[in-house]
Ligand binder design. Structure first.
Ligand SMILES: Cc1cc2nc3c(=O)[nH]c(=O)nc-3n(C[C@H](O)[C@H](O)[C@H](O)COP(=O)(O)OP(=O)(O)OC[C@H]3O[C@@H](n4cnc5c(N)ncnc54)[C@H](O)[C@@H]3O)c2cc1C
Length: 499
C-alpha cells in the first residue's frame, strides 16, 4: 500500500542500478551490514506514520562512523539518495524510505560517550534513546529536559533532526534549546561541528538551522546535550472541566498569572476514557476535559505556585482540582498522559495524529472548530496535547478498511492544520513536516520563503541527495496543490497552470 506517495519526487531522481550499487558496497565496505532481500527490507518500509509505505532499495546498518563517511562518499559519487533513520518513531514520514535510495539506519550508534557533571553536559552517539540520557545522568542528580512521549524509544539523532518537544518543553525549551554541539557528516562525507562547548559561538547559528532539518542537511553522528539539575520537588495538579473550551481558557490564564509550569497538558473526554481504561491513572472519566499542571522547583516556590494555580483553575471554572498525594500518584497521572496515544489506538483500527501549533489564547476557539469539523466529516477526534505550548495533537479515529475513510481522515487533518494557520499558528509543533505535511507547507509559506528554504538546502546538498522529497515542497507542487500562501493578494507564479 502506498497511499499518498508522490512518484514525481522519486521520478525526478536518477534511477539507481541496485545490483551494481550492492556489489560496490560489498567490495568497499566489507564489514557493513546491508539488507537487500524483500523480507528484510519490509520492517523499514514506514516510520510511526504507517499510512505511508515505500520499500527501500537497500537498508544499511553501520556501527562505525568511518563506515557512514565512506558510504556517503560512495553515494555522493554515484548520485544515490540517502534517507537517515533513527528509531523510526517519527510521525510525519520523515524516515520514509525511497525506492531508489538507501535507508541509513543510525540505531546501532547507541553509546553514551561521556556524562560530565561539572560541565553539565552529556556527549552521546545519535542512536542513544532519549530516556537513556536522563537515566545515565540520574546518579549525578541531573537529567536531559526535552521528553517526547516516545522517549523510551526515540533516538537523540531523530530528536535533533525533528527538533523534538515534550511535556517539559514549555519551561525548559525544545531540543534546540538543550543542545551544545552536534557533529555531522555532510552529504559528501565531510565531518563538520555545529555549535561548540561554550554557550555561544561566532558566525551564523548553524546548530539552530540544523535542528529540525529532518535529515536533509547532514547526518548526525554525535550530540552534546545540556543537562539540568533535577528540580528539588515536583507536584502535579489535575483539574477537571465540564467543557474543553473552559479548560482551553484556563491554560492562558495560568501563564497570565505569571507561572510557567514544568508541564501543562490537556486531554479531552475521549482521550481521558481511553487512557483510564488502559492505564488506570485515576482520571475523572465524566470530565469533558482535564488539565495536568506540574509545578517544579524549590519547595517554597512549588508550594506557592500550587496554591496560585489552584486559585486560577477554580476561577476558570474547574469542577475539581486534585493534587497528586504522593510520587506514585504523580507518576500514574503522567503515565496516563504519556500512554494516551497507544490508549486512543485501542478505540479504533486506525488513528491519524495531527500536530499543529497555535497561539495559546486561540485554544478555546480552535477546540470548538475541531469539534465542528469532526461532526462535519463524521470522524471522532480525541485531543491530547501540550496545551501550555499551544501544541495540539488531534487524533483522528478512522478505519482504513472502510472505503473512503482514510481519505476523509486526511482531508479532515488538512482542514485542522489550515485552521491552525488561520489563527496565526503553524502546521507542525514538533513532529516535523516529513512527507505528510509537505502540501500544507504551501499554505504556511509564500513563494519567496520557500525559495529561501530551497537555497539553504542547496548550500548543504546541491544535488538533493539527502532525504529528497520531504519537508520543502517545490513551487510547482504548491501550484498543483492549489494552496500556495497568497501574500498581500499577489498570486505567486501566475504563469503556472492551476489544477
Ligand atoms: C507514541 C509517540 C509519541 C510521540 N510523542 C512525541 C512528543 O511528545 N514530542 C515529539 O517531538 N515527538 C513525538 N513523537 C514523534 C517522534 O518520536 C519524534 O519525532 C522523534 O524525534 C523521532 O526520533 P526517531 O529516532 O524515531 O527518528 P526517526 O523517526 O527515525 O527519524 C525522524 C527524522 O529524523 C531524521 N534522522 C533520524 N536520525 C538521524 C540522524 N542520525 N541524522 C540525521 N537525520 C536523522 C530522519 O531522516 C527523519 O527525517 C512521538 C511518536 C510516537 C510514536
Amino acid at each position: 500500500m502506498n497511499i499518498l506517495y508522490d512518484e514525481r519526487v522519486d521520478g525526478a531522481l536518477p534511477r539507481v542500478d541496485k545490483a551494481a550499487l550492492l556489489a560496490e558496497l560489498r567490495e568497499r565496505l566489507p564489514g557493513l551490514d546491508i539488507l537487500h532481500r524483500e523480507e528484510d527490507l519490509k520492517p523499514y518500509e514506514c516510520d510511526g506514520l504507517s499510512a505511508y509505505r515505500t520499500m527501500p532499495m537497500l537498508v544499511v546498518l553501520p556501527e562505525r562512523i568511518e563506515q557512514v563517511e565512506a558510504l556517503l562518499r560512495l553515494c555522493h559519487r554515484r548520485q544515490v539518495p540517502v534517507v537517515a533513520r533513527g528509531a523510526g518513531t517519527g510521525l510525519s514520514g520523515g524516515a520514509l524510505p525511497l525506492e531508489q535510495g538507501i535507508l541509513l539506519v543510525m540505531a546501532r550508534f547507541n553509546k553514551i560517550l561521556e556524562v560530565n557533571p561539572e560541565g553539565r553536559f552529556a556527549r552521546v552517539q545519535p542512536g542513544v534513546r532519549n530516556l537513556a540520557i536522563s537515566q545515565a545522568a540520574a546518579p549525578f542528580g541531573l537529567y536531559y529536559a526535552p521528553d517526547p512521549s516516545s522517549q523510551i524509544a526515540c533516538s537523540i539523532g531523530g530528536n535533533v533532526a525533528e527538533n523534538a518537544g515534550g511535556v517539559h518543553c514549555l519551561k525548559y525549551g525544545l531540543t534546540v534549546h538543550n543542545l551544545l554541539k552536534v557533529e555531522i557528516l555532510s552529504v559528501e562525507g565531510e565531518r563538520l561541528t555545529l555549535g561548540s562547548d561554550a554557550l555561544d559561538s561566532p558566525g551564523f547559528d548553524l546548530l539552530a538551522l540544523f535542528s529540525g532539518s529532518e535529515g536533509m542537511l547532514g547526518i548526525v553522528t554525535e550530540v552534546t546535550v545540556k543537562l539540568l539539575p533535577k528540580p528539588q520537588m515536583a507536584k502535579v495538579l489535575l483539574a477537571s472541566f465540564d467543557s474543553v473550551e473552559k479548560a482551553g481558557r484556563a491554560v492562558g490564564e495560568i501563564i497570565a498569572a505569571g507561572v510557567i509550569p514544568g508541564g501543562l497538558e490537556m486531554m479531552d473526554n475521549l482521550a481521558i476514557r481511553a487512557a483510564e481504561d488502559f492505564i488506570h491513572a485515576g482520571y475523572p472519566v465524566e470530565a469533558e476535559a482535564i488539565l495536568l499542571c506540574e509545578l517544579d522547583g524549590v519547595e517554597a516556590d512549588v508550594h506557592d505556585d500550587c496554591e496560585r494555580v489552584r486559585r486560577v483553575l477554580e476561577q476558570a471554572g474547574a469542577t475539581e482540582v486534585r493534587q497528586a498525594r504522593d510520587e506514585a500518584e504523580r507518576a500514574r497521572f503522567w503515565a496516563g498522559r504519556k500512554n494516551a496515544f497507544p490508549a486512543v489506538g485501542r478505540l479504533s483500527p486506525d488513528y491519524y495524529c495531527m500536530d499543529g501549533t497555535i497561539p495559546r489564547r486561540e485554544l478555546p476557539g480552535v477546540l470548538r472548530g475541531i469539534a465542528e469539523l469532526s461532526a462535519e466529516y463524521g470522524l471522532r477526534v480525541a485531543n491530547v496535547f501540550h496545551a501550555g505550548d499551544g501544541n495540539m495533537h488531534p487524533l483522528i479515529l478512522f478505519d482504513a478498511n472502510r472505503p473512503g475513510e482514510l481519505e476523509r481522515a486526511e482531508a479532515l487533518g488538512g482542514k485542522i492544520l489550515e485552521l491552525c494557520v488561520a489563527v496565526g499558528g503553524s502546521i507542525t509543533g514538533e513532529h516535523g513536516v516529513g512527507r505528510e505535511k509537505i502540501n500544507q507547507m504551501c499554505a504556511q509559506f509564500d513563494a519567496d520563503e520557500l525559495t529561501l528554504f530551497h537555497a539553504v538546502k542547496a548550500a548543504f546538498d546541491p544535488e538533493r541527495l539527502l532525504n529528497p522529497g520531504k519537508n520543502i515542497p517545490t513551487l510547482h507542487r504548491c501550484a498543483e496543490f492549489g494552496a500556495m500562501h497568497v501574500h498581500h493578494g499577489r498570486l505567486p507564479f501566475p504563469e503556472l497552470e492551476r489544477f
